[in-house]
Write a protein that binds this ligand. Structure first.
Ligand SMILES: Cc1cc2nc3c(=O)[nH]c(=O)nc-3n(C[C@H](O)[C@H](O)[C@H](O)COP(=O)(O)OP(=O)(O)OC[C@H]3O[C@@H](n4cnc5c(N)ncnc54)[C@H](O)[C@@H]3O)c2cc1C
Length: 454
């Protein structure tokens, strides 16, 4: 049963720690009343361990998708499971990208280099096997529990096995737990998300970023459809970077909301943002719907027509390339439905989904890095069921942050915390670092020497 929120984390975590790291000394850190609870549990856990003939050595976890969600899952899982448990990452690219820096990376090659991390360094550091391919099929195969009288064919059962097929012909079976982290796609090619926009190698992605950045600075008029955080940050950067080279691209944001970033920002912060963008010459057209035909944008209510050199759709994301996940596990929009433990509903003992592809939490990198430990701990909990047949100890996902920071070009921006909105400190820090250091340290990523500038 899912852990009650009042249950102290120390107990399951201690058991995990003792059994997996053989650190028996950690018992000395427990208080007497905790020992009274832990000892019987530990005893029954150890008894249960022998019930199953599968041991840690042949446990196999497959993570599908190597974006921020995938590498976060690998880090989390590796920190809880025994080193003998196989962790396999299936990802067609040779690198992972910190997407939240991409809008700046289009114009700043130093940021571009520092936001793309080679997966080979990551995988060798974390004892993860990288299969450079895309998954085309994921099957949950009902099996009997091994008991002669057991005709159990329920795929939610721990003894169901998972089989994964990749487009390079690799077939993996006998998988104990699978974590799907295939992300989402934005329809703007420069973000590099989605099968048709994918750059497989790091040099290819650098080149693509530089190409898209240059084309924006060369454009006379760019229309951004969608005035959320992604659209407004990009608008500010186009305005400032084009001004820096005396090209002054005209930027227009068309937004259905009454104010910019109306879903994330309150009125004060939203107003500040709009004023700053206006000072840079960015025009915000609010409460309007853009009807787009190629590079022609018609405003639905006024009928005004804008002919642009480029139209960027920044009005939301879509589930990406997860057709290999059975429809029964997805909602009507195609997102994978999970509970608050990141377990896929209907396959709780076998499948997890994490990051943008899943229904839990907003689609932010921040939510991912705040839940590295949760996903690792919960996968471990479910793997343990295969050992002892008991309900797993798992924990609920961490809440997402209420702090929003929206840059306006490389020197300005707006931050909103639950208490107040302001335009110094945090925006300045984001502009300076793009929070790449934070992502790099939490996701335990490494760059080649010479690329580590932020
Ligand atoms: C421009 C932009 C700005 C953003 N700004 C912020 C911000 O300021 N703050 C913030 O917190 N978040 C921000 N985000 C959101 C954040 O970056 C995402 O939430 C995060 O990157 C999602 O990671 P993910 O791993 O779930 O998905 P993705 O990064 O999309 O990764 C999915 C991976 O799965 C792989 N894949 C897909 N299908 C398959 C398959 N069949 N087999 C194998 N692999 C597959 C893909 O190749 C990809 O590498 C921003 C995003 C963008 C695009």
């Amino acid at each position: 049963m899912p852990k009650d929120s009042s249950t102290p984390d120390s107990i399951p975590r201690l058991i995990t720690c003792m059994l997996e790291s053989s650190n028996a000394f950690c018992i000395l850190r427990l208080k007497i009343h905790e020992l009274i609870i832990v000892c019987p549990m530990l005893f029954s856990y150890c008894l249960g361990r022998n019930k199953n003939n599968k041991n840690d050595k042949n446990m196999k976890v497959v993570v599908i998708g190597g974006g921020m969600g995938g590498v976060a899952a690998c880090v989390g899982i590796r920190s809880y499971v025994a080193s003998s448990t196989q962790v396999i990452l299936v990802e067609p690219k040779d690198h992972v990208e910190i997407c939240w820096a991409t809008y700046r990376a289009l114009f700043d090659p130093e940021i571009a280099k520092a936001s793309l991390y080679p997966l080979d360094l990551f995988c060798s550091k974390h004892n993860v096997l990288h299969i450079m391919s895309s998954v085309t099929k994921l099957e949950l195969l009902p099996t009997t529990t091994g008991d002669d009288n057991d005709n159990n064919t329920d795929t939610t059962d721990t003894d169901a096995s998972i089989k994964v097929t990749c487009d390079n012909g690799t077939i993996m079976d006998d998988i104990d737990v699978c974590v799907v982290t295939t992300g989402a796609t934005n329809p703007y090619a420069a973000w590099g998300r989605g099968k048709e926009y994918l750059s497989l190698s790091r040099p290819e992605r650098f080149a693509a970023m530089a190409k898209y950045g240059k084309s924006l600075l060369d454009a006379k008029t760019v229309v951004i459809v969608g005035g959320g955080l992604v659209g407004t940050e990009l608008a500010g950067d186009i305005a400032v970077f084009s001004r820096d080279i005396a090209q002054s691209t005209r930027v227009i944001i068309v937004h259905t909301g009454e104010r910019l970033c109306h879903k994330e920002l309150q009125e004060t912060a939203s107003k500040m943002l709009q004023e700053k963008l206006a000072e840079l010459g960015v025009k915000s057209i609010l409460s309007e719907k853009a009807l787009v035909e190629g590079n022609k944008v018609t405003l639905e209510s006024s009928g005004q027509v804008i002919q642009a050199d480029q139209v960027i759709m920044a009005n939301g994301i879509h589930p990406h390339n997860n057709s290999f996940v059975d429809a029964q596990y997805k909602d009507d929009k195609g997102w994978i439905v999970v509970d608050e433990y990141f377990r896929v509903k209907g396959a709780e003992r076998k499948l997890f989904a994490f990051g943008d592809c899943a229904t839990a939490l907003p689609n932010t990198g921040n939510s991912i890095v705040n839940n590295i430990s949760t996903i690792g701990y919960n996968v471990k909990g479910v793997l343990d069921v295969a050992h002892n047949g008991k309900e797993p100890w798992i924990s609920k996902h961490a809440a997402h942050s209420d702090v929003y920071i929206c840059t306006v070009g490389h020197d300005d921006g707006v931050a909103q915390t639950p208490l107040l909105s302001f335009d110094s400190a945090l925006p300045a820090w984001k502009n300076y670092s793009m929070f790449l250091y934070d992502a790099r340290s939490k996701l335990e990523l490494e760059l080649e020497e010479g690329d580590q500038k932020c």
